[in-house]
Write a protein that binds this ligand. Sequence first.
Ligand code: FPP
Length: 241
Amino acid sequence: MIEKENLPRHIAVIMDGNGRWAKARGLPRTAGHRAGMDKVKEIVKACGEMDIKVLTLFAFSTENWSRPKKEIDTLMRYFIDSLKRQVDELHKNNVRFRVIGRKEPLPEYLFTKIREAEEKTSGNSGLTLVLALNYGSRQEIVDGVKQFARDVLQRNAALDGMDEEKFGAYLYTAGLPDPDLLIRTSGEMRISNFLLWQASYAELYFSDKCWPDFKKQDLQDAIQEYQHRHRRFGKVKHEKR
Ligand code: FPP
């Protein structure tokens, strides 16, 4: 049973194992991504139903550009297609959509569709769905530091005024709560340059299932496990931060 009053506010997911899922079935890797897309729909719906506030999905990393061009092109096409097809549905379900990551070198058309979807859903108050696209956490931190340095040089910020909370506003995730639960599928036990700053106190949950096999029930198992953990935030007993 999931306790309603102890839900993770923000769940972040590294959706891994699409390629291996496809290979195990004698299918091309892109078939794994296609199946992964369907899974995104299922998990977004489940989070909305469970009243999770923020879901962040790692869809494409800055390192993924080194994959074969054909696979990258297919992924970009899938992102565009699903944005076109799903944005009305997301809007109807009161989902606020947001993308984090660097714009360059995403295809211009994809970027236009992202901006349209963000604008259309910006007033929604249900689940915030964050897609990490061309995202790398170290790059995000470097971008934040550079922006802060610019602000200091232009006298829009004071060096001594900087602290952990203020620095959060310089990250792509500005305004979002930190993830409470970070899930990675496919049996890999790494963070892979994902939300390094934000996930400092997140509970980590690793599932052996490849992403296309990860079901609503698996998400619920992860949440239940989260609810059994004692989060101490470096303190000696269980207290609220
Ligand atoms: C990791 O599996 C998955 C990706 C790099 C792409 C994730 C994209 C999707 C699930 C499609 C999402 C679509 C939308 C619209 C959000 P992998 O290819 O690294 O698998 P492997 O480790 O088995 O090779």
